[in-house]
Design a binder for this molecule. Structure first.
Ligand code: HEC
Length: 167
């Protein structure tokens, strides 16, 4: 059920459910518990000893992850539709991301027209802010123009951040 709700297309290639899936693990868990309460009542697995990583628990969990810049460069392929990252690269659908790590959010970038939503966030791009942004842009800055659903994989996000640090 978890795999199906996460990515129906991957679970059963060619299936008829036109639903992209739920990247948020806590949301999937809540749904599964709800479905289970509707007459099936299968025994629930015991809760892990360590506090479960919910939406808010994501930061400490990822803080322990070590990003792999080479893997991040590969993962960046999906960002390239909208972003260049080498110094002097042009802005496209999204801004050029050279040197983005440690920079102010939605600032400069050759006059890129950021959304008011992202401009209103303020702050700088560090491990925590980039991780939250890449997990779900629309949750980090509701109304953002970055039409990217997010990466639900903490290791992939850590890799992407490690890669951006090298640029
Ligand atoms: C479909 C196009 C698209 C894709 C794909 C995309 N982005 Fe973006 N990105 C944007 C846009 C547009 C913005 C500006 C958002 C705003 O102003 O609300 C942005 C903004 C950003 C910013 C903030 C830049 C700043 O100066 O504050 C970062 C960091 C970023 N994207 C990283 C990524 C990464 C990493 C990926 C791949 C995992 C990615 N984006 C995928 C379009 C995209």
């Amino acid at each position: 059920m978890n795999e199906w709700l996460h990515n129906p297309k991957k679970f059963a290639e060619g299936n008829k459910m036109s639903f992209a899936g739920l990247p948020d693990a806590a949301e999937r868990a809540n749904l599964i518990v709800y479905l289970n309460s509707q007459g099936s009542n299968l025994p629930l697995p015991a809760a892990p000893a360590a506090p479960a990583a919910g939406a808010e628990g994501a930061a400490p969990e990822t803080a322990a992850l070590v990003g792999d810049a080479a893997a991040g460069e590969k993962a960046f392929a999906k960002c390239k539709a909208c972003h260049t990252i080498d110094a002097g690269g042009a802005n496209g659908v999204g801004p050029n991301l050279a040197g983005i790590y440690g920079e102010a959010v939605a600032t400069g970038r050759g006059g890129f027209a950021f959304s008011d939503a992202l401009k209103a966030k303020g702050g700088t791009w560090d491990d925590a802010t980039l991780d939250a942004w890449l997990a779900k842009p629309s949750a980090f800055a509701a109304g953002t123009k970055m039409s990217y659903a997010g990466s639900s994989n903490p290791q992939e996000r850590a890799n992407l951040i490690a890669y951006m640090k090298t640029k």
